[in-house]
Write a protein that binds this ligand. Structure first.
Ligand SMILES: Cc1cc2nc3c(=O)[nH]c(=O)nc-3n(C[C@H](O)[C@H](O)[C@H](O)COP(=O)(O)OP(=O)(O)OC[C@H]3O[C@@H](n4cnc5c(N)ncnc54)[C@H](O)[C@@H]3O)c2cc1C
Length: 325
């Protein structure tokens, strides 16, 4: 028996992937879906997002991506469109290749699948600081959102706070400048955690003008209470105490572009996947949505918009291929 060739395969079950699945089945197209293995999920931003305050209608969720996504999948699986979705729960994709005009998709359970179109939504992850050789020290605080990563999402938490930014790049310095200009926090420190600052001269001048203190000694400990819900200070190896009740980490991103690379997609100089406006890569039929896509805001609503553009562009091609004239 020859194996089915699905119309669309969605890889990744975060913001972009779930919207791509929803739009694909609402377009009445058949959709093969891999939300990711437990390991993929644990390493995804979707898992780390708690309360989402910068979008309407999200405040009731304690986990602002996982909970609404689960509701959406449940609805699809109870709807008239349920037969359009083949959900491979807790399964990731380990290989993606296009051969003879069809995508060959190997999953984490070593099964091979086929699809005409793919929407790749594997996302990115923020780099964590090493404190005494381990990244685990930040986890409680990150889970409690006293350590944040995303300016557009959580920058507003800086109001009336003692804020620190961990990072040493010019970009990290700009995070501290932007937060200072926008929210005038009580104090602002940049903790380079033992690294030499890479700030440009204009950036250095603004740091000076705004009274931002740059400290280079490595971080020895993070001090807080209540499983990270209260952040109090950082102790540095030179024994300086930096009073902090909110921290941003600005160390760059790990980009989950392995499948895109294997399929032959073009990347930009940082490793994000280059696409057209509808999200198509240089590999015909391979679309990318969400944080993985180059030149885009890294936000839930942008991921949704990408996913809808990709699913609609694919639907247009599928309809055209079936049209009688
Ligand atoms: C702490 C934090 C707070 C944030 N808060 C907000 C906010 O308040 N508002 C906002 O708009 N944005 C927020 N963001 C940004 C938001 O999380 C991202 O923009 C959004 O999650 C991007 O969606 P995505 O689908 O591209 O990636 P993700 O949502 O991270 O999803 C990636 C998916 O890919 C899957 N995956 C990875 N590899 C594979 C594989 N090989 N096979 C199959 N599946 C795979 C994972 O399991 C996961 O399901 C926040 C980010 C962080 C880190």
């Amino acid at each position: 028996m020859t194996q089915k060739i699905h119309s669309v395969c969605v890889i990744g079950g975060g913001s972009a992937g779930t919207m791509a699945v929803l739009r694909t089945v609402l377009n009445n197209d058949d959709c093969l879906f891999f939300p990711g293995s437990p390991k993929n999920k644990k390493r995804s931003r979707a898992m780390w997002v708690k309360k989402v305050e910068n979008m309407p209608s999200h405040l009731q969720y304690k986990r602002g991506i996982e909970e609404p996504n689960a509701e959406t999948l449940k609805w699809i699986l109870e709807s008239d469109f349920k037969d359009k979705l083949t959900l491979n729960k807790n399964t990731g994709v380990t290989s993606l290749k296009k051969e003879n005009g069809v995508f060959h998709i190997t999953d984490s359970k070593n099964n091979l699948h086929f699809a005409k179109f793919v929407i790749l939504c594997t996302g990115v992850m923020d780099v964590q600081p090493e404190i005494q050789g381990s990244i685990e020290k930040v986890f409680d605080f990150a889970n409690a959102q006293t350590i944040d990563y995303c300016l557009i999402c959580d920058g507003h938490h800086s109001l009336n706070k003692d804020v620190s930014v961990i990072g040493h790049s010019n970009g990290a310095a700009w995070v501290s400048i932007m937060l200072s200009e926008r929210y005038a926090p009580k104090s602002m420190h940049i903790l380079t955690n033992g690294k030499t600052p890479e700030f440009e001269s204009d950036t250095k001048r603004l740091i000076e003008i705004y009274g931002i203190r740059v400290v280079e000694s490595p971080i020895e400990s993070i001090n807080g209470e209540d499983k990270g819900h209260i952040l109090k200070s950082f102790t540095l190896q030179d024994k300086t105490q930096v009073k902090t009740d909110l921290c941003f980490i600005s160390l760059g991103m790990i980009i989950y572009n392995e499948l895109a690379k294997e399929a032959g997609a073009d990347l930009d100089e940082r490793g994000f996947v280059k696409t057209t406006d509808s999200g198509e890569t240089n590999i015909p039929g391979l679309y990318v949505a969400g944080d993985l896509r180059a030149n885009a805001k890294k936000q839930i609503y942008t991921a949704w918009d990408h996913a809808v553009s990709a699913a609609n562009a694919i639907n247009m091609k599928l309809r055209a291929s079936r049209r009688p004239i």
